[in-house]
Each structure stands twice: as C-alpha cells, then as structure tokens.
Design a protein around this ligand. Sequence first.
Ligand code: ZN
Length: 135
Amino acid sequence: MSVERAKLVAEAGYRCGYCLAHQDYIPWVLEIEHLIPKAKGGSNDESNLWVACHTCNLFKSDQTHAHDPVSGRLVALFNPRQQIWKHHFYWSADGTLIIGRTACGRATVIALNLNNLIAVTVRRNWVKAGWHPPV
Ligand SMILES: [Zn+2]
C-alpha cells in the first residue's frame, strides 16, 4: 500500500465513503475513487480522491449528478470528502437500508444503488454479528 493510499484510507476511517462498509467486513480492498471521474476531467489530486468499496465505485462509475426522486431535480452526488454522511443519510431502524435525508442523499442512494440486494443481505448479517450500523 502506498503512503498516499494508506493516508487516504485512514482519513476515511477504513470505510467506504458512501455505504460506510468497513474494510474489516468486506472481502476486497477499499478502492481509491475519483470524486470527479477522470473521464469527466477529474484530477489525481488528493482533493479529488476518496475511498469507496468496489460495489459503490462500480455503481458510481462516471456519474457526478443524479435526479432526486422526490423533487425530480438534478443534483450533485454526495461528496464524502466535503460533506458529512449523517447530514445526508440515515440508517433504517433495522440498520439494513440507507435512507436519503436530502435531495443529494436521495439521489445518491439511487445512483449508487446503495440498497442493492447483496448489500442489504450482508448488512443484515452484520447487524446480527453486532458490527453494524456504525455509530
Ligand atoms: Zn460502499
């Protein structure tokens, strides 16, 4: 692991910036993702990098904006470097679903498919094990 990668992952608390999956509970290495995708001119500067799990990174792809399902407005996706997760999302009472509190949060839940069936199934088991949701 390069120093830069180790620093970023530590700064992110060893969690995906979107679904908050912890490195200890996923069977693959957290990925360094470009907040503004390289395909859309995003740089490799640290300010444009954060940490995401493979699933979130895959679903995010080159998206930067998505439609809020409530207002229909096109809004910027959640930026885990600049924004605070709990301001935009919360966990369902059983800890398995990520629910958007804001237009940005709601759009990001859909765009990144944060409640995909596999993630929800895995979270259900994390809850049983007492690993989830994060506090
Ligand atoms: Zn994730």
